[in-house]
Design a protein around this ligand. Structure first.
Ligand code: GLU
Length: 324
């Protein structure tokens, strides 16, 4: 009987030439500028004016190496990627009780949809749609005692994870989010009518708009989710942010719900836990190997970065690294 050679260690990223792989992806993506870039988010002026022909990508490996290409050091609006940070904080605050107030099933509806809430008694499907993130925001406002204290805790969390002690809010984006946030205002009031929002709705909304309006770059964002690749250990600060079991659960929710109502397509093409934002960023995790962030502001019809999704697809194909 022939003896099978053992497969190479799939976690050994050192056998890949990451600078070369990122360079290949960068030139492929730049070759797509002008044709199939998608459309930048246009619900607020400060996102509508971002030029679409930009691309950045960063990979942070568990041994702390950072590989970056393109505009990886250009700060942009992180938007819904912050839902990963706030979810981690809310689980840290109240543990699995969170799951009594928010589910963990894909919604199959747009991120800002109201339709399921009525049938499901104000329990949002998952923490990555707006309804769920608003409940998470409410949990944090309660836990920290005030909106301001919760905001400070969130800022401290992303700063400690990303290594950028100045990471902060873009005031113009925050103000525009508030001015145009009719759906979020509707969602928070509707959920409150089911008693699943416990604080003043304006405090919950202000916290939520702050988290959407944070500005960071790809390297910082990849660092900010590194704990999800490393069983809860944050290399930037040396702290333990979550248990390995909790990290597995957060990654599972990212895998099934992290890319709006295209999570099935995304798993099919990329196969990594990921969370996107309408600023054109996507963070992704290769458990036990690396964390990543890509940024290209043009979005597809579901609100995910079109070229960012392509870049992650190419990364998993070129490296063979995926969880599926
Ligand atoms: N800030 C936007 C909103 O709450 C969208 C955030 C996103 O999905 O990236 O409507």
């Amino acid at each position: 009987m022939p003896i099978r050679t053992p497969p190479h260690n799939p976690h050994d990223i050192s056998r890949h030439d990451l600078p070369d792989i990122l360079g290949t992806i960068d030139s492929e993506v730049r070759g797509m500028f002008g044709s199939d870039m998608g459309k930048v988010a246009d619900y607020i002026p400060s996102l509508a004016s971002v030029p679409p022909d930009q691309f950045g990508m960063a990979v942070v490996t568990l041994d702390g190496q950072v590989h970056a290409v393109g505009s990886a050091r250009q700060p942009f609006s992180i938007q819904s990627m912050s839902k990963v940070h706030s979810l981690t904080m809310a689980l840290g605050a109240i543990g699995d009780d969170l799951w009594k107030r928010v589910g963990r099933e894909p919604s199959g509806d747009p991120f800002n949809s109201l339709v399921q809430l009525e049938h499901e008694n104000g329990i949002p499907r998952n923490p990555f749609i707006n309804a769920g993130a608003l409940v998470v925001a409410d949990v944090l406002v309660s836990h920290f005692g005030s909106r301001e204290a919760a905001e400070n805790a969130l800022l401290a969390f992303v700063r400690a994870r990303s290594g950028n002690s100045d990471a902060g809010r873009d005031e113009e984006v925050a103000a525009s989010e508030r001015e145009s946030g009719y759906r979020n205002v509707a969602l928070v009031n509707f959920i409150r009518s089911f008693d699943n929002i416990r604080n003043d709705v304006d405090d919950v909304l202000d916290f939520y708009f702050l988290q959407c309006a944070l500005r960071m770059d790809c390297v910082e964002l990849a660092r900010s989710v590194q704990y999800l690749a490393d069983g809860g250990h944050c290399a930037t600060s040396g702290e333990t942010v979550a248990s390995p079991e909790r990290v597995r659960r957060i990654n599972a929710v990212m895998m099934t719900c992290g890319t709006y109502d295209a999570a099935g397509e995304f798993a099919f093409h990329v196969g990594l836990p990921a969370k996107s934002g309408v600023g054109g960023g996507i963070v992704a995790v290769v458990p036990k190997v690396a964390s990543l962030c890509v940024w290209a502001p043009g979005l597809d019809e579901k609100g995910n970065s079109r070229l960012g999704g392509y870049a992650l697809h190419r990364f998993t194909r070129l490296t063979g690294l995926s969880v599926v």
